[in-house]
Design a protein around this ligand. Structure first.
Ligand code: ADP
Ligand code: ADP
Ligand code: ZN
Length: 214
């Protein structure tokens, strides 16, 4: 099962992608996580990506596409995967389709997690990320058991630099301009599925499992 998660920044793509990966036993591939790991390790890719991410801009397609195509060609991806944060532009979607077509494969589902802009800034200002393992929480909607301590690894939690309100507004603008056209792209491909992202995390996941099957 090859799945793409679509939605605004903060819509809950990562939260749902993790749950999908666990239930259906497929890898969760997050381009944001890959970039953040590269930044943490001080790689050349990380240095390049950071200048865009800090401004709330997309990293250029040429720095993203090969990375993802290589990743989905790895052995653990042969029964499927859930892509979170990729594609984010039409050229990225076309490059993915072309790479898959060469292997006689295609994407099965593009799941659009719908959340209106008004809800997004609140979501993002409450998001906390673990510095140790990258796990994501929310101070109100998905709190840790112990304040500011990761349930997974005991690491400490931070507000991502790009989750500050000014940058969130910028990212929303970028989303509408460059990423939202993918909804039409995957509608035309006949694989778009919409879920309501404003309801509880578990209820969103139930909508998704209704689509994907038990
Ligand atoms: P969010 O979870 O809020 O949607 P991500 O963690 O997916 O954010 O991405 C963080 C940042 O990493 C983006 O704002 C962008 O700068 C960069 N990024 C991630 N994926 C891509 C991509 N497919 N194309 C271009 N830039 C990307
Ligand atoms: P994305 O990957 O789309 O940027 P995340 O999965 O990181 O979004 O979610 C953004 C923030 O909103 C996180 O703090 C997360 O815990 C919280 N969140 C995710 N889904 C929901 C939901 N259905 N209701 C309330 N908060 C949510
Ligand atoms: Zn952690």
């Amino acid at each position: 099962m090859k799945i793409i998660m679509l939605g605004a920044p903060g819509a809950g793509k990562g939260t749902q992608a993790k749950k999908i990966a666990e239930k259906y036993k497929i890898p969760h591939i997050s381009t944001g996580d890959i970039f953040r790991a590269n930044i943490k390790n001080g790689t050349e890719l990380g240095k390049k990506a950071k200048t865009y991410m800090d401004q709330g801009l997309l990293v250029p397609d040429e720095l993203v596409v090969d990375l993802v195509v290589d990743r989905v060609n790895q052995d653990d991806c042969k029964d499927g995967y859930v892509l979170d944060g990729f594609p984010r532009t039409i050229p990225q979607a076309e490059a993915l389709d072309q790479a898959l077509a060469r292997l006689n494969q295609k994407v099965d589902y593009a799941i659009n997690v719908e959340v209106p802009d008004e809800n997004i800034v609140n979501r993002m200002s409450g998001r906390r990320a673990c510095v140790g393992c990258g796990a994501t929480y929310h101070i109100v909607f998905a709190p840790t058991q112990k304040e500011d301590v990761c349930d997974n690894c005991g690491g400490s939690l931070i507000l991502r630099d790009d989750d500050k309100p000014e940058t969130v507004q910028k990212r929303l603008g970028v989303y509408h301009e460059q990423t939202q056209p993918l909804i039409e792209y995957y509608t035309n491909a006949g694989i778009l599925k919409e879920v309501d992202g404003t309801i509880d995390i578990e209820d969103v996941f139930r909508e998704i499992t209704n689509i994907l099957g038990e």
